[in-house]
Design a protein around this ligand. Sequence first.
Ligand code: K1U
Ligand code: ZN
Length: 176
Amino acid sequence: MAILPILKYPDERLKTKAKAVTEFNDELKQLAADMAETMYKAPGVGLAATQVDKHIRMIVIDVTEEKNDLKVLINPEIIEASKETKPWEEGCLSLPGIYDKVKRPAEVKIKAQDLDGNTFEMQCDGLLAVCVQHEMDHLEGIVFVDHLSLLKRNRICTKIRKQKAEAAKAAKEESN
Ligand code: K1U
Ligand code: ZN
C-alpha cells in the first residue's frame, strides 16, 4: 500500500473530467487501497481519484468515527435527489485549512459499481450525502469553492497565496 500525493488547488489537473472505469482488475484494486490509505492518513472522510491525479471515476468514502466502513464507489451516478437542500460546512484535502458552507440536496440515491463490477444502489443522507456529492463533483473537475461567489473565491485564493508564502518562509528559516 502507498500514501499518494494529493493535488492542491488551484492545480489545473483538478479541473479534469474523469473517464468511466471499464476494467475491474488488480491495478484498480491497488489504486482503491492506496486511495483509502491516503484518505485515512490525511485524515479525511472521502477522496476522489482526480485528487491523486488519476482521472478515472472512482471515489472512496468513510464517514464513520471508527473508520470501519470503507465505501468504494466506481462510476457513481445520482439517480434521485431530494428537493430539500441543506447547507453544510465543507472542507477539502485539496484545499487544506479552507472551509465554507455549500447548499446541496439533503438526500441522494446513487447507483455505482464495486471493485468487481457489480452494480449496487445506496441511499445517502447527512454527511454521507454531502461527501458523495462533493467527491462526485471532483470527478467532473469541480471543487467546492466553485459553488461559492467570486468574492469568496478571490478571498480564498488570497488566503492560499499567504499560506504558501508563510510555508516557503518557514522552510527557508529552517534551512538556515
Ligand atoms: O474530497 C476531499 O477532499 C475530502 C473531504 C470530504 C468532505 C468533508 C466534509 C464535507 C464535504 C466533503 C474531507 O474529508 S475534508 C476533511 C474532513 O472534513 C474531516 C477530516 C477528519 C475527520 C472528519 C472530517
Ligand atoms: Zn474535495
